[in-house]
Design a protein around this ligand. Structure first.
Ligand code: 1CP
Length: 344
């Protein structure tokens, strides 16, 4: 089924076409800042129930399009549905984040995990994508996503977030072959999952390597990049974005991936990144999320400076990481409107 999108600016920019202005959306736009999201969330038992209720997922996915005016929707879910589908369930602790009652430490633990069966274990995401596409009525593209295998690995080994990720990093020195076994299982699961998302109607997919920045460059090249590369090579029907937060040292290497878009965090200089990544990719980012705590004048100034420094073409405007939960929606709207006023 092909739809003609009314606003396909994001897709044209991802493909490298000349555009009238950069498209704009925000990482974590659905679910962190809108009171309208809170209302839906509070009407259900918890976060995990919401993620598994496609009708409500469609609703919260579309809220930022209606309320913030962004040029794309991102399907409401979490990267941690993959470990769950592999047999390692998580809990979402209110105000604290994810928690895994069981973690992965040994060869036996890894042998006990399965490769996710996308339709059987994650079919609720496909259903949510189909419902969202219908409800969006082709207004803007829908972004699908997954965590990069390395980032998913950290949660499965650590059992949650971490300041140092020392359990995950330790394993890379003590048992590198086990790391590769686990990473390959996650990768196979993720490929099946993203193929399903594209088949259900996701127009572009993003791979979040949120904890890329904790590894020494050599370990990043060995334990993360090859698995992201497998995913990029396997997903052939939609464009792909790779966002590796903190991996400034890997930009040149990431520029060689079989993907259309590279996401930058706010520490990465756009011109330097362009030189490292090359001319063949679209760049996404990278306003400091804290810029949205500034005055309206300062938000407009910072946003225009960012747009200027990317140069207007082959650029998807975004923040350098997810929008922070206590950001005022009106400030986000100011950011979005400033991008939409820009003319190349
Ligand atoms: O009850 C709640 O509302 C829980 C808060 C919440 C929400 C709204 C979590 C817990 N996840 C989500 C949704 C989510 N997660 C989306 C949906 C769309 C959106 O918000 O726009 C997306 C894209 C994610 C992706 C995600 N989850 C990432 C990668 C992106 C990033 O920000 O780096 C990561 C690392 C997670 C794990 C996760 N889930 C939730 C939390 C609090 C965390 C981070 C925990 C930690 O710091 O380790």
């Amino acid at each position: 089924m092909t739809h003609i999108l009314k606003n396909d600016l994001l897709l044209r920019t991802a493909r490298g076409e000349q555009v009238e202005r950069p498209p704009v959306w925000l990482m974590r736009q659905a679910g962190r800042i809108l009171p309208e999201y809170r209302a839906v969330r509070d009407s259900l038992r918890d976060f995990i129930e919401l993620v598994k209720t496609p009708q409500r997922v469609a609703e919260v996915t579309i809220q930022p399009v209606d309320i913030l005016g962004v040029d794309a929707a991102i399907i409401f879910s979490d990267i941690l549905v993959i470990p769950e589908a592999m047999g390692l369930p998580y809990e979402m602790v209110e105000k604290r984040g994810p928690f895994f009652p069981k973690t992965i430490q040994t060869a036996q633990d890894i042998a006990g995990l399965k490769i996710a069966d996308a339709e059987a274990d994650l079919g609720y995401v496909a259903e949510a994508i189909r419902l969202t596409k219908q409800a969006l009525a082709a207004r803007v593209p829908l972004i699908g996503f997954a965590g990069a295998p390395f980032t998913i690995f950290t949660y499965m080994v650590e059992g949650g977030g971490s300041k140092t990720f020392s359990k995950a990093r330790k394993m890379m020195y003590q048992a590198p072959e086990l790391c590769h076994l686990l990473l390959q299982k996650i990768t196979d699961s993720t490929i099946a999952y993203l193929q399903m998302q594209a088949g259900a109607g996701a127009d572009i997919i993003q791979i979040f390597d949120s904890w890329a920045g904790i590894l020494p460059p050599e370990h990043y090249s060995e334990f993360s990049v090859p698995y992201i590369a497998q995913i990029c090579d396997a997903i052939t029907t939609v464009p792909k974005t790779v966002f590796a937060k903190g991996a400034f040292f890997a930009r040149k290497e990431l520029g060689r991936l079989n993907c259309e878009v590279i996401g930058l965090d706010w520490t990465m200089n756009p011109q330097e990144s362009r030189a490292l990544v090359g001319e063949q990719k679209t760049l996404q980012g990278n306003l400091d999320p804290c810029a949205l705590y500034g005055s309206y004048d300062s938000i407009r100034k910072e946003t225009r400076a960012m747009l200027q420094s990317f140069g207007g073409q082959r650029h998807i405007a975004n923040l350098g990481h997810g929008v922070y939960p206590d950001t005022e929606p009106d400030k986000v709207r100011c950011f979005v409107e400033t991008v939409k006023e820009w003319r190349n």
